[in-house]
Ligand binder design. Structure first.
Ligand code: MG
Length: 268
């Protein structure tokens, strides 16, 4: 790099810093010391990856989306926690109040196991904003207990794009940021196809997910590179072919209500 281009690069950095300061914003939160993702475009949790465009969803639902007749209700108005357990198999200890489930200590997961399904989730991050980036309203919906769709308060809360709300955590940001303000009820509608393995135990087809966030398409039949991890991507193993739905405890209070699932047959 010539002295001249060095100087212009320096000026550009100063201009960017001034712009960030004048807007009162933090520098992007993310990592550049993590492995590259398999397609070689970005680091895992890359803070320089473009932020998804913000799209205001339609008005918040005034009432939960009713479960269809063939759905299994996982969190319902009756306040029943019997579908859930802790990861060691002991009874679920999260608080259920008036049909709303509040995150507690430890991950909870369904007793039932699933493969392909449609899943509806309603969640709300706290109306009183505390923390920032990954420390604000962080929870997560783990499909088969392995593949996370991130839950986060992503309303005016910059973080690394592959870790914001509705991201396939550590892999793909949502197509757009359709988050509602803190405290408002939000929806995920998820269609999931489990990974398939050969008899020899090698991956045949990866897990594929479609996600609507507040009715807005944010993941469109995207394949997971592997099970979710922090600062890395785990390899596929045959035990990821089926599993429970799990909800993450990340130390932030998040509420869930009206969670239901419809198992899909693979014989069409
Ligand atoms: Mg999370």
């Amino acid at each position: 790099m010539s002295i001249r281009s060095l100087r212009s690069a320096h000026i550009a950095i100063v201009v960017v810093s001034l712009a960030a300061t004048s807007a009162g914003q933090q520098a992007p939160v993310g990592y550049d010391d993590t492995p590259m993702q398999p397609n070689g475009k970005w680091h895992i949790h890359d803070g320089k990856r473009p932020q998804p465009a913000i799209v205001a969803p339609g008005p918040a639902n005034v009432s939960p989306v009713p479960a269809p007749a063939d759905a299994i209700v996982l969190v319902g108005a009756g306040g029943d926690l019997s579908a859930w357990q802790m990861t060691d198999g002991s009874p679920a200890t999260w608080a259920m109040k008036s049909g709303m489930l509040e995150t507690g200590k430890g991950i909870i997961r369904t007793k039932a196991q699933f493969t392909d399904f449609q899943l509806h989730v309603e969640f709300a991050t706290p109306s009183e904003v505390k923390g920032d980036s990954q420390g604000r309203g962080n929870s997560g919906v783990f499909l088969l207990g392995k593949f996370e769709i991130q839950v986060l308060d992503s309303y005016r809360n910059p973080t690394y794009p592959d870790g914001q709300a509705a991201a396939m955590y550590g892999q793909y940001p949502p197509l757009v940021n359709a988050s509602r303000p803190p405290g408002e009820w939000q929806t995920y509608d998820i269609a999931f196809t489990a990974p398939r393995f050969t008899q020899a135990g090698t991956l045949d087809k990866p897990a594929v997910v479609t996600v609507l966030h507040n009715g807005v398409l944010v993941q469109n039949a995207k394949a997971f590179w592997g099970p979710t991890a922090h600062k890395k991507i785990d390899p596929y193993t045959p035990d990821t072919a089926k599993g429970p739905i799990a909800l993450q405890d990340h130390g932030n209070p998040v509420r869930y209500r009206n969670v239901w699932i419809r198992s899909l047959k693979d014989d069409n």
